[in-house]
Design a protein around this ligand. Structure first.
Ligand code: BES
Ligand code: MN
Ligand code: ZN
Length: 497
């Protein structure tokens, strides 16, 4: 990961030079003059206009007095309309073109210090790479970018804006790493141990094992876990950034935390209702909801957010074995409600049921937001462009939708309703865990809602968003950490003192 620094505008002598250019604007005068007008001519020849998303690389420009290896021009779109997200994406686009460079200087002097910090943030987000298991890669194939200097007039303001963003980036990286780890390495106990990395940030981390979970009556979560050689865990993470006693009482009192709950199935074979072989390896990221919660807690604590927040993750592995749960089993959840398990592959909702119930009983939070790679049906409905969400609260829904637009982690609200709820009626228990193919993402949400007791709640089905098969400006293909930036923004915009 490159190191980032801010400096006063001065033309670099060597390395790469990134020029951020708004529509109709000229490239940085100092650079163009040094190149004898060559940059303007090159951009004109390339029909570069500064349109958003446009890029142009000029190799080895003739700039006497230096050895600039390349100039990378990035279009910012209309001047005066550059948003935080736009600046991040410009940075991300630049980072993608700089892998062969060791040092890059970014001319962001036309941007506010905050936007200059956003450019650095976007570059970091895009430059991330998970290479723990590559042992034979040639040095020449590895990305070389080691240092990025962003030029801006107000260094103090840029640094102040950048510090909290860097904490969020760290949270994103932690989340991506957890999601990218292979399932033989990252099983429930290992993921729980990695949550301890939040302790130095001031997060209180509690890890509960099977004994404690049995005591709490987590029959649904334990039923999913029982076929695996790996024991389940629940991790409770608490961040007290706003003071108060951290427990609500009617949910309204001072100090009541925000609660984030994640599905953490470290591998989902489907269990006895086993999945087909093709693509099953993807199910290592069935813990991405939990990964997002861990990353979010790291982000909030890392930037010392003035908020009380709790993160709870239910960690299990869903395996078939002689000890595995059977279709037809009836389990008792922590809430006391019973569930007929028709399909052992609908396991995520069983995990969420117990963790959500426990969370609301213990913390009486202001709201609960759960994240889960819950249904294939969600992907059929919305593809890989946005996550679907469900909520019993219009105000929270609006805030979530806006945070999605602002961060590029887009959300689309889906309906809930009694008619859908009827689909999960059981002949033997209080409910069954599947509602048939029609509206599969919705009936899953209805199931989850049965474990929410009048609390403000939202459920994010991130099945289509946890992993990406193509690069995006700020998200290299692979683990996306979807939800971390989104919920960090939700908190920053509406819930900090
Ligand atoms: N983890 C899957 C959902 C999933 C599928 C996420 C594909 C990402 C990509 C979940 O546990 C699951 O298996 N859901 C079933 C539910 C069905 C049995 C009612 C599904 O969506 O097929
Ligand atoms: Mn499943
Ligand atoms: Zn699953």
């Amino acid at each position: 990961m490159p190191e980032f620094a801010f400096a006063k505008p001065a033309l670099p002598r060597a390395g790469a030079l990134v020029l951020l250019i708004a529509e109709g604007e000229m490239p940085w005068q100092a650079a163009d003059t040094a190149a004898g007008g060559g940059i303007t001519r090159a951009l004109k020849a390339a029909e570069f206009t500064g349109r958003k998303g446009q890029t142009c690389t000029i190799l080895a420009p003739a700039m006497p007095g230096g050895t600039i290896s390349r100039v990378v021009a990035i279009g910012l779109g209309k001047a005066g309309e550059v948003t935080r997200l736009g600046a991040e994406e410009a940075g991300g686009a630049a980072a993608a073109l700089l892998a062969r460079e060791q040092h890059a200087t970014v001319a962001a002097q036309g941007l506010t210090p905050g936007l200059a910090a956003s450019v650095a943030t976007g570059m970091a987000l895009r430059a991330w790479r998970f290479d723990r298991y590559r042992t034979m890669e040639k040095e020449t194939d590895k990305p070389k970018l080691a240092k990025v200097t962003v030029l801006t007039e107000d260094l103090a303001a840029a640094r102040a804006a950048h510090a909290p963003m860097a904490a969020v980036v760290d949270g994103v990286f932690l989340s991506r790493e957890l999601v990218a780890e292979p399932p033989n390495v990252l099983f429930p106990a290992e993921m729980a141990e990695r949550c301890r990395r939040l302790e130095p940030l001031g997060v209180k981390v509690e890890i509960l094992g099977p004994k404690e979970l049995r005591k709490l009556g987590f029959g649904a979560l334990l039923g999913v876990a029982q076929g695996s050689a790996h024991e389940p865990r629940m991790v409770v993470m608490q961040w007290h950034g706003a003071g108060g006693r951290g427990k609500g009482g009617g949910g309204q009192k001072e100090g009541a935390p925000l609660a984030f709950i994640g599905k953490g199935v470290t591998f989902d074979t489907g269990g006895i209702s086993i999945k087909p072989a093709a693509g099953m390896e993807d199910m290592k990221w069935d813990m991405a909801g939990a990964g997002a919660v861990v990353g979010l807690m790291a982000a909030l604590a890392g930037r010392k957010a003035k908020v009380n927040a709790v993160g709870l993750v239910g960690l299990v592995e869903n395996m078939p074995s002689g000890a595995a749960q059977r279709p037809g089993d009836v389990v008792k959840t922590a809430s006391g409600q019973t569930v007929e398990v028709i399909n052992t592959d609908a396991e995520g909702r069983l995990v969420l049921a117990d963790v959500l119930w426990y969370c609301q009983q213990r913390f009486e939070p202001r709201f609960m937001i759960d994240l889960a790679t819950l249904t294939g049906a969600m992907i059929i409905a919305l593809g890989h462009e946005c996550a679907g969400f469900f909520s019993n609260d219009d105000a929270l829904s609006k805030q979530l939708h806006e945070a999605g637009e602002a961060t590029g982690e887009k959300l689309w609200r889906m309906p809930l309703g009694e008619a859908y709820d009827k689909q999960i009626k059981s002949d033997i228990a209080d409910m069954k865990n599947v509602g048939g193919r029609p509206g599969g993402a919705i009936t899953a949400a209805q199931f989850v809602q049965r474990f929410v007791n009048k609390k403000t709640w939202a459920h994010l089905d991130i099945a289509g968003m946890a992993w990406s098969s193509k690069d995006a400006p700020c998200v290299p293909k692979g683990a996306t950490a979807f939800g971390v930036r989104l919920l960090d923004r939700l908190v920053a915009d509406h819930y900090e003192k």
